[in-house]
Write a protein that binds this ligand. Structure first.
Ligand code: 1CP
Length: 358
């Protein structure tokens, strides 16, 4: 397992790529850019592969995972690939009966209600997700100098699917359990933190160059509740990877009021959605962490001159941060014209190009 990593750290290799350098607040030849959900329904070549294969099934086939992960790298020239998988893949591997329903998202057959339900969620390791280990190893070989990002869902966002039984707008059942049965909440969140940590370790062992912890729905919480019920569990995931040698990214949506607290969880990079300008976000996060973001995904549905002006603004505001990875504020919308993404990558590279000697 050492070989993949040793090879990755050579000069010019993935660990020395503009993406990883920006995560570590080091000088870069240009601002790196990738897109959350860059692999997916905006690409006709993705829709073709997925036409007759269910989502979870596709995540368990290393050949398909590899091909789907590479598609946006080939097409757009992004600075990083992100493993094609889903945050509920390790949950299913832990024995929870769930499916990813087209047009809906994750649906859990028997939502978590009791301590016994929590105990049925088994600890996982490499042998529970061999297809992830295999796909990452294939991808690291195929990608050469382009870094691969591994990811996991954070305890709050995973808990929401498990408690609600599916996607939720209010997260009402989740909050009811959190407030009404705090011990049960902490038992569940603790178990999900262990799951996320184990899942990320498998990906790091197999050779990913960075990891992102997705707490997509944490913005539903007040800062006080976030600090009390969520931050310790997310911090435990990130702390468990402190010696792993790869940068950690911590992302959520609607987190303007949580950026300070989230930055305390310990990641090298804090993801920011489109609601908070990156210079404002940087003041909340502090000088010790890089930022990632934050073009509104809906903007990619606007005419090019509008997109161009927004890309310029975000690069300007990103200069206030000690490191900037360009991205969207959330995932690519399925109706996005892929040509827009290709043009954004080229524009970010062109506008941010630094002289070679820097
Ligand atoms: O290219 C990539 O970005 C990699 C693929 C990826 C990632 C990073 C997928 C594939 N899922 C995820 C993570 C994920 N899954 C998150 C965190 C990121 C985010 O906030 O977008 C979340 C919240 C999920 C849960 C999920 N899975 C949803 C959202 C449901 C809701 O609550 O609104 C959905 C729709 C899925 C299914 C899914 N995952 C991925 C794809 C391509 C799809 C659609 C599958 C299909 O129906 O074809």
């Amino acid at each position: 397992t050492g070989t993949a990593r040793d090879d990755a750290t050579r000069p010019g290799g993935p660990a020395d790529s503009p993406f990883v350098r920006a995560c570590r607040r080091r000088p870069v030849p240009h601002t790196p850019v990738w897109f959350m959900r860059q692999a997916g329904r905006s690409l006709p070549e993705y829709r073709e592969i997925r036409a007759n294969v269910a989502m979870l099934e596709s995540c368990r086939r290393p050949d398909l995972v590899t091909e789907i992960t590479l598609q946006p790298v080939r097409r757009h020239g992004v600075d990083a690939a992100i493993l094609f998988s889903d945050i509920v893949v390790p949950v299913a591997a832990a024995g929870v009966d769930l499916d990813i329903v087209p047009g809906t998202g994750p649906v859990v057959a028997e939502p978590v209600r009791t301590a016994a339900d929590v105990q049925r969620i088994r600890p996982i390791g490499r042998d529970d997700v061999p297809y992830v280990d295999e796909a990452v190893r294939m991808l690291v070989r195929e990608l050469g100098d382009t870094p691969l990002i591994g990811f996991a869902g954070a305890p709050f966002t995973l808990a929401s699917y498990l408690i609600e039984g599916g996607p939720s707008r209010t997260h009402a059942k989740t909050k009811a359990l959190m407030y009404g049965e705090p011990e049960l909440w902490h038992a569940l969140a603790g178990r999900l933190a262990e799951m996320a940590l184990a899942f990320l370790r498998v990906q790091i062992e197999a050779g990913v160059s960075a990891v992102q912890l997705f707490d997509s729905w944490a913005g539903a919480l007040s800062e006080a509740d976030y600090r009390r019920f969520v931050l310790p569990h997310s911090a435990a995931v990130l702390a468990g990877l402190a010696d792993a040698g790869v940068p950690r990214i911590h992302f959520g949506v609607g987190t303007a009021e949580l950026l300070g607290a989230m930055s305390e969880a310990g990641a090298e990079v804090v993801g920011v959605d489109w609601r908070t300008p990156l210079d404002v976000a940087t003041r909340r996060i502090g000088p010790e962490q890089a930022v990632q973001g934050n073009l509104d995904p809906c903007l990619l549905l606007a005419p090019w001159p509008v997109v161009e002006a927004e890309v310029r603004r975000i690069l300007d505001e990103g200069r206030a941060a000690p490191g900037h990875v360009f991205n969207l504020g959330h995932g690519v919308l399925p109706e996005t014209d892929p040509e827009m993404l290709t043009r954004v990558v080229a524009l970010v590279h062109e506008l941010s190009a630094r002289p070679a000697d820097r």
